[in-house]
Design a protein around this ligand. Structure first.
Ligand code: HEC
Length: 452
C-alpha cells in the first residue's frame, strides 16, 4: 500500500482543489458560450441551409438526405458542422489559399457562415421560434436543365439512344454515334450547352458524360465540338459574354456516357443535351472551342497503363505540360482524376519565365466533377508560348477516405478504381489583336484599381 506523507497529502488536496476549480471554470465558460451563441435554427441557420444546401438535399435532389426542416437537420447537426468546417460541403474543392479565387459559380460558404453553423451546433443546435423560419426556396427537381432558369427553353435538344443501367454492377459506359441533321439550317454560334440524365432516374445514375458533334466546317475541315459535358456537381456551360462556339448543320453526335449503378435498375435511360444558340446571323466577337482535355497522363496515345503506375500505400505525383501555340483565354477549369485523386493544379509558365498558380483543388473527391468558372475579369489571358503545367497528386494510402483498397497497384484505366489525370479547360483561342486588346483592358482596370 502506498503511504503518503503530510506534504504529499496536501499536494493531493491542492491538486484536487485546482481540478475542481478548472472544472468549475470550464462549466462556467461553457455556460457563457451557450449564452453567447444565441444562434437558432429558425433565425440564423435555416437561411444558410435553404440557400446553400436545400437544392441538393431534398427528396428529388442528389444529396443523401433532405435538409429542409429542423427535424431533418437536427440528427445531422454534428455531421454538418464537420462537413462545412472541412469545406467538403457544399462541394467546392478549391484550395482557398492559392490561385484565382473569383468564380461565377462559387457555392462555398463564407467563414462567417461556417462559424455560425459551428457555434450553433456547439450550443446544442437550438430550434428557436419556428414562426421566424424563412420560406423554403423554389427547388428545381432535375426535370429541367439548370440553364433554363436563366436562358429560357433551349433552341434544340438531342437525345441519346436508350440504355438500361443494371441495379448492381461496376461502372457502365454507353457509347453510340447518332446522326445530327435537320435541327439547324446553317452554321450557327452556340451560346450555351447542357447535358443531363433523364428525369427522374437518369439524373441519379449519370456520373458524367460527353456529347460531341463532329462536322465539316465551310473549308471542309473536320471539327469536333462538345455540345454537352456533364458531371455530378457541374451545371451547364454558358460561355462568357459575346463568346460563341461555331457548329455546322450536319454531322454526327458521339455519345460517351458513364453511369454509376445505384442498386436499382434504371431501364431505357436516355440522356439529353440542350443547346442555346445566338440569333441567326449573329457573329460573336470571340470564338470558343468549349471544354477541351489537357492531359498530364498520356492515356490517349500510350499503351494503357503506360505511364500511370501507383504503388500500394503510396502518394504519387505526376506532371504534364502543354505549350500554347496561340494566345488563349481560359474560361473554366475542371479537374479529373479517379478514386485515388487528391490534388490537382493548373499553373502557367509565361514566355518570360514567370510562373503563376492559376487554380488548385486540394480536396478532390471522385464523386464530384465540378467546373470552376473563372469570373470574367480574372479569367487567365495567356500569350502564345505559355506553358500550361498540370500537377496531379494521387493518394493510394489508407488516409484517403474513398480509397477502395490501398494494397492495390493502380494503373491507367476507365474504371473508377483505375486512374486518370487530366483537366478540362474552357478554351477561347484569341487572335493577336484580341489578345492585345484584352490584356490592355485588363491592365487598365488593374492600374485603376491600384490608384484607388
Ligand atoms: C451540389 C449538391 C449538394 C450541395 C449544394 C450540398 N450537398 Fe451535401 N451532399 C451532397 C451529396 C451528393 C452527398 C453524398 C456524397 C458526398 O458526401 O460527397 C452529400 C453529403 C453530405 C453530408 C454527409 C452525409 C452522410 O451521411 O455522410 C452532409 C452532412 C452534407 N452533405 C451536408 C451539406 C450541407 C450542410 C450543405 C450546405 C451547406 C450541403 N451538404 C450542400 C450534395 C450536396
Amino acid at each position: 500500500m502506498m503511504t503518503s506523507s503530510p506534504k504529499f497529502r496536501s499536494l493531493q488536496v491542492s491538486a484536487m482543489l485546482s481540478l475542481a476549480l478548472v472544472l468549475l471554470l470550464a462549466t462556467a465558460r461553457a455556460g457563457a458560450a451557450q449564452e453567447q451563441s444565441s444562434f437558432t435554427f429558425s433565425e440564423d441557420i435555416a437561411p444558410i441551409l435553404f440557400e446553400n444546401c436545400a437544392g441538393c438535399h431534398q427528396s428529388s435532389g442528389i444529396g443523401p438526405m433532405p435538409l429542409l426542416s429542423y427535424d431533418d437537420v437536427r440528427p445531422y447537426a454534428a455531421h454538418i458542422k464537420r462537413k462545412v468546417q472541412s469545406r467538403e460541403m457544399p462541394p467546392w474543392h478549391l484550395d482557398p489559399t492559392i490561385g484565382i479565387q473569383a468564380y461565377k459559380n462559387d457555392i462555398s460558404l463564407t467563414d462567417s457562415e461556417i462559424g455560425r453553423i459551428a457555434s450553433w451546433v456547439d450550443a446544442g443546435a437550438p430550434e428557436g421560434d419556428p414562426a421566424l423560419l424563412p420560406m423554403l426556396p423554389m427547388l428545381a427537381d432535375g426535370s429541367e436543365f439548370h440553364l433554363e432558369a436563366l436562358l429560357g427553353p433551349p433552341d434544340f435538344v438531342v437525345e441519346a439512344p436508350p440504355y438500361t443501367i443494371a441495379a448492381n454492377a461496376q461502372d457502365q459506359w454507353w457509347t453510340q454515334t447518332t446522326p445530327f441533321e435537320g435541327l439547324i439550317d446553317s452554321p450557327r454560334y452556340v451560346r450555351a450547352t447542357e447535358l443531363k440524365g433523364s428525369y427522374p432516374m437518369g439524373v441519379k445514375v449519370l456520373h458524367h458524360g460527353h456529347v460531341t458533334l463532329a462536322f465539316e466546317n465551310e473549308e471542309g475541315r473536320r471539327q469536333s465540338r462538345p455540345i454537352g459535358r456533364q458531371g455530378i456537381g457541374k451545371g451547364g456551360d454558358l460561355f462568357p459574354d459575346d463568346t460563341g462556339m461555331l457548329i455546322g448543320p450536319t454531322g454526327s453526335l458521339n455519345w460517351n456516357l458513364h453511369y454509376f449503378p445505384i442498386d436499382e435498375e434504371v431501364p431505357n435511360e436516355s440522356a439529353l443535351a440542350a443547346v442555346w444558340l445566338y440569333p441567326e446571323g449573329y457573329v460573336p466577337e470571340y470564338e470558343t472551342v468549349g471544354e477541351q482535355r489537357f492531359t498530364a497522363d498520356r492515356g490517349g496515345d500510350m499503351p494503357w497503363a503506360g505511364d500511370i503506375v501507383i504503388p500500394p500505400h503510396s502518394i504519387k505525383v505526376q506532371q504534364g505540360v502543354h505549350v500554347l501555340n496561340r494566345p488563349a483565354l481560359i474560361q473554366s477549369f475542371r479537374p479529373h482524376m479517379h478514386m485515388r485523386g487528391r490534388e490537382q493544379s493548373l499553373e502557367a509558365i509565361y514566355p518570360n519565365g514567370r510562373r503563376e498558380m492559376l487554380a488548385r483543388v486540394d480536396k478532390y473527391n471522385h464523386f464530384w466533377q465540378i467546373t470552376y468558372e473563372f469570373e470574367e475579369d480574372v479569367a487567365p489571358i495567356l500569350p502564345k508560348g505559355t506553358v500550361l503545367m498540370i500537377t496531379t497528386t494521387w493518394d493510394n494510402t489508407a488516409d484517403n477516405p474513398v480509397n477502395p483498397d490501398p494494397r492495390q497497384w493502380v494503373v491507367f484505366g476507365q474504371r473508377g478504381v483505375d486512374e486518370m489525370s487530366h483537366v478540362w479547360l474552357g478554351m477561347t483561342y484569341l487572335s493577336d489583336e484580341q489578345y492585345e486588346r484584352l490584356t490592355l483592358d485588363r491592365n487598365r482596370v488593374a492600374s485603376a484599381r491600384d490608384d484607388r
